[in-house]
Design a protein around this ligand. Structure first.
Ligand code: ADP
Ligand code: MG
Length: 361
């Protein structure tokens, strides 16, 4: 007993704009979501993620712009005609109805009753691993179970598109991480085009085919998780996703210098005489007095070491006073041989891991 797979549909957004007085909640957003894709909108609080989702669902009318599902223009279509399943942060379940009645609600709205309604509710319960919970009251469920009910209600009418707005944010860390994997597996099973909203960068990287980073009502970068992490387009994306050391570099004839040392970088160099070097702490290596052939090498002085269980973070200062971080796996032998505070060290990093970003200061 399973829910049917519907042919997934691509989503096209063109020039979508929504203003609240002076606030540009959506600032001419263009976006192409692929058919069957799991795409995440990732951005800080107030960046416009919920507004964008509400425009997609039809609860907010944009000031300007167009929205298409496949070849169909839906910009002016009311929510109930859009064939969208939606999961909200606060679940928005009906507390006075039991689980089965909550899940059946969208079917009732669509005139689906009787045996077909019962079959679909059972299938949805099974899909979210709540078989047998139909008669429970909502207040008898844990947070994770309520979240599953909300999910079952969103998929029970077999929508072509599923939208989720921070659906895991009320759950504790362990359950959240388990649900991330489960939601992703459910996506593979149903094949719907899914747009997911979170402000948690790790959640976005874990779940998504592609991530659209949103800031100030604009999509500042749209890429795969790996491309976002390894080739962020600017400082905002670099700092928002993962840990980073950002160091000033200067052009010196044909070479770029960081704290006086020539460095080889990957990718295109920004124009201008100054740029910003991005280094991910786990790609920086602690070198001995010798060695490091083929790597960029920077001399530094250790300013502190933080033990974090699975890994350690070594902080150091370069000759020009700027801070650089190194993260390593906390094996016993490594921990025992770490340098003392104030020790002089050499830090190495591969050319391929050396990204120059435009100087925005
Ligand atoms: P996010 O979901 O990324 O936190 P929102 O889409 O909720 O961001 O909000 C984007 C911006 O629009 C914020 O500055 C917010 O204060 C503003 N905003 C959202 N809804 C309204 C509203 N109904 N009235 C006025 N301002 C709003
Ligand atoms: Mg929001």
């Amino acid at each position: 007993m399973t829910l049917r797979q519907r042919a997934a549909v691509p989503i096209t957004l063109r020039g979508l704009r929504k203003r609240y007085g002076e606030v540009r909640a959506l600032d001419d957003v263009d976006l192409d979501v692929r058919s069957g894709e799991f795409l995440t909108l990732l951005g800080p609080s107030g960046s416009g993620k919920t507004t964008l989702l509400m425009v997609l669902a039809g609860f907010i009318r944009p000031d300007q712009g167009r929205l298409l599902f496949g070849d169909d223009e839906v910009t002016r279509l009311p929510p109930h005609q859009r064939d969208i399943g939606m999961v909200f942060q606060n679940y928005a379940l009906f507390p006075h109805m039991d689980v089965a009645a909550n899940i059946a609600y969208p079917l009732k709205l669509r005139g689906i009753g009787g045996a077909e309604q019962q079959r679909r509710v059972e299938a949805a319960l099974q899909t979210v691993q709540l078989a047998g919970y139909g008669a429970r009251r909502i207040d008898q469920l844990s947070g994770g179970q309520r979240q599953r009910v909300a999910l079952a209600r969103a998929i029970v009418f077999e929508p072509r598109i599923v939208l989720m707005d921070e659906p895991l944010s009320a759950l504790d860390k362990q359950l959240r991480e388990r649900m991330q994997i489960e939601l992703r597996q459910l996506h593979e099973q149903l094949g719907t085009t899914t747009i997911y909203v979170t402000h948690d960068q790790r959640e976005a990287l874990t779940m998504s085919d592609r991530v659209a980073v949103v800031n100030g009502g604009r999509i500042v970068q749209l890429d795969t998780p790996r491309a976002l992490y390894e080739q962020p387009a600017n400082r905002f994306v670099a700092e928002f996703i993962g840990e980073s050391s950002l160091l000033p570099v200067q052009r010196d004839g044909d070479v770029w210098r960081c704290a006086g040392q020539a460095i080889a970088h990957s990718g295109a160099a920004p124009s201008g005489a100054r740029a910003c070097l991005l280094l991910r702490p786990e790609r920086v290596r602690l070198l001995g007095a010798e060695g490091g052939e083929g790597l960029n090498v920077l001399p530094a002085q250790v300013s502190g070491i933080v033990y974090q269980g699975d890994s350690f973070l070594l902080q150091a200062r370069l000759a020009d006073g700027h801070a650089i971080s190194l993260r390593g796996i906390a094996g016993a032998a490594v921990l025992d041989s770490l340098p003392a505070p104030a020790a002089a060290v050499r830090l190495g990093f591969a050319q391929a891991d050396t990204v120059l970003l435009p100087d925005e200061t």
